[in-house]
Design a protein around this ligand. Structure first.
Ligand SMILES: [Zn+2]
Length: 245
């Protein structure tokens, strides 16, 4: 492999749940995934059910209060990507994850594009007022179906639920990165959730090499220039070394 070319390549990186499983956060669609084991849990993330059914909200908030994402620490892979951003080789990390672990690993907030939102912030669905999710969870005992302090509207974590549109600015940034890169690295994602999965296709169509780091097969394996099945916490630091030079 021509390392001089690699060092000057413009990179794009997309991360999915697989990069956080090493932190004790289960993924969704893997063999031990949340929805593989508990298909009914997906309903708690359905926007229509959430907005119309108080029982779904109570169960959903209770679920978030127990989320391992809240107390998790970043993995070696998150830390390696932080080094890549700090080196200037990578402009931003595109992520499907809402656990905030890439930022916790030291990547600046403005270099993380959260395509599916974040668990750490919550908004009123009527007036838009924002509140830290931690504040909502701390008061969950008194208010199991939490409401906005300003207008009484329904509160929902700033996570993209099923049936919701992805944040436009984040998706635009991701598409630009996919179109501009020479190497697109997809880490810990099955590339099965659209429109995010289409970023890999956009990059390939624009002429980029696709590198996939994932234990399970993905929908884009046949387009990949390289597929890495090794554990993410070993594979990603090794891959990052390649681009740090
Ligand atoms: Zn409100």
């Amino acid at each position: 492999m021509d390392h001089s070319r690699l060092r000057t390549s413009r990179l794009a990186v997309l991360t999915g749940a697989g990069i956080s499983t090493g932190s004790g956060i289960p993924d969704f669609r893997g063999p031990a995934g949340v929805w593989t084991l508990h298909p009914d849990r997906a309903r708690l993330l359905d926007i229509d059910a959430f907005l119309s059914d108080p029982e779904v909200r109570v169960a959903g908030w209770l679920d978030w209060s127990k989320s391992p994402a809240l107390g998790a620490t970043p993995t070696a892979a998150h830390l390696a990507l932080t080094r890549l951003v700090a080196s200037g080789s990578l402009g931003e990390v595109l992520t499907q994850n809402f656990d905030g672990l890439q930022q916790a690993a030291g990547t600046p907030d403005d270099a993380v594009v959260e395509l599916h939102g974040t668990l750490h912030a919550t908004s009123c669905q009527r007036c838009g007022r924002g509140v830290p999710t931690a504040d909502v969870l701390a008061d969950l005992g008194a208010h199991p179906d939490p409401a906005c302090a300003s207008c009484g509207g329904i509160l929902k974590p700033d996570i993209v639920y099923f049936g919701e549109v992805l944040p436009a600015e984040a998706m635009n940034r991701a598409v630009e990165a996919a179109q501009a890169c020479e190497v697109f690295i997809a880490i810990g994602t099955t590339l099965s959730v659209f429109p995010v999965a289409s970023l890999a296709g956009i990059a390939v169509e624009a002429g980029a090499d696709l590198i996939i780091v994932n234990a399970e097969p993905t929908g884009y394996d046949r387009y990949a220039a390289e597929i890495i099945r090794e554990p993410i916490d070993e594979a990603v630091p090794a891959l990052v070394e390649r681009y740090l030079g």
